[in-house]
Design a protein around this ligand. Structure first.
Ligand SMILES: [Zn+2]
Ligand SMILES: [Zn+2]
Length: 120
């Protein structure tokens, strides 16, 4: 599966800080880089100063996307090579935003319109 890890706010490489996950499609739709998290949320998210619940952390609407933190994991393949990968877990404490609040911070959203793949 091709995953987009560019920051949804600034469009640069998100640097595996936080993933932006469409919880309806269960699809990684982008990333939120450290700089943009600071800019948009200050230290609120990293300190957990938000109301953890099912829906959007900013309003009463459904949380359309989750913004979990990427965590590095080392995986050993069948032939003994160690791969460094990143993963994330989404649970009740994961930051969620509704599509409206995500659209308020993100340049190219909603995710139903796929982002153009940047040419390398
Ligand atoms: Zn960014
Ligand atoms: Zn909201």
């Amino acid at each position: 599966m091709e995953e987009t890890t560019n920051c949804v706010v600034c469009g640069r490489d998100g640097g595996y800080h936080r993933a932006v996950v469409d919880v309806v499609d269960e699809r990684v739709v982008g990333a939120l880089c450290r700089e943009c998290e600071r800019e948009e949320f200050g230290r609120t998210l990293e300190r957990g100063f938000f109301e953890a619940r099912e829906g959007c952390i900013l309003c009463d609407r459904d949380g359309h996307v989750a913004i979990p933190i990427w965590r590095p994991v080392a995986r050993t393949t069948d032939d003994g090579a160690v791969l460094n990968e990143v993963t994330f877990a989404i649970d009740e404490a994961t930051v969620r935003l509704c599509d409206e609040h995500l659209a308020a911070i993100a340049e190219e959203f909603p995710a139903t319109r796929p982002r153009p793949v940047p040419s390398r």
